[in-house]
Design a protein around this ligand. Sequence first.
Ligand SMILES: [Zn+2]
Ligand SMILES: [Zn+2]
Ligand SMILES: [Zn+2]
Length: 307
Amino acid sequence: MLQNCVRAPPLVIPGLVHEAYLAGSRHTAVTPTLIKSEVDGDEVDLKWEAIGSSVYSVTASGSLVITGWANGKPKYDYNRFHVLCSCPDGVRQHESSSAERLYVCKHAKSALDSVCDREAAKSLQVKKAAMIAKHEEERKRRVAYLEEQRSEQEKILPNERARIEYGLSKYSDGEIVKMVKEAANSVEGLQALVKIFPSTVMPAKKSIKCGRCKKIYDPQIKSDLICREEHPDDRVSTEWDGSKKSWMHCRRCDKTFGLNGFYSWGKRRRDEPEEEGDYCYETTHVPVDEFDEENDPILAGLEDEDY
Ligand SMILES: [Zn+2]
Ligand SMILES: [Zn+2]
Ligand SMILES: [Zn+2]
């Protein structure tokens, strides 16, 4: 009975758009045959069979959720959406993928292309257009503000902008810093500096102790946030390969560094040590009050006992 023949809606992975995955190669493949399709809300569990020089299986599982935007493009969390093809290239692409990027082989690309969510693509387009319009609006406002400031400056301080800009372009950064520091010595100079550098720009000193490395740091200063420890001397030993190649090995973090006698360019042999830097770890400080020594993944990766 023809009238009873209701066509099922086409299968899609909710939210899947072409931008969500990257083809790792330029090769193309015919659409693989779908052999499993479970969709529960946003969660999917799909499987295809692809015929290449052998029969490969392509799987896509989990859910695709936009976690943020960067440069007008949506960002996804690929810890929650997995795609894998059993072909050799699929395995390679999988290894190149990360939580931010999903690379796929030609079979997986073809499979995903066939289940893209057109509605999601449309609403993404609308959202993108709105974001572009908003940025353009902001840019115009900024240009107008700068133009207005410039003409006000000319009225109140004729030619001064050009004089200052000329000076800033001619003196070195170091010379300018010197002049600024010199100005801080007088009452008038300090008054001018307070205007240029209010506490919102240059906050008052704040000292916190890091629970991990025990250093004192200022959490407001970006360059102060680096938490790292040099390899402790008493845990480092020199190792040799023959009489010409040597390197240092840290027993605390198991890293190798200070490579000597190795070719500094060209290919490193697989069995050769790697230059892993001067620090047992390098991360961000954690205030001592918030630090959980027992559960710190950085410290857990270090060897307490010497051997
Ligand atoms: Zn493949
Ligand atoms: Zn620290
Ligand atoms: Zn170390």
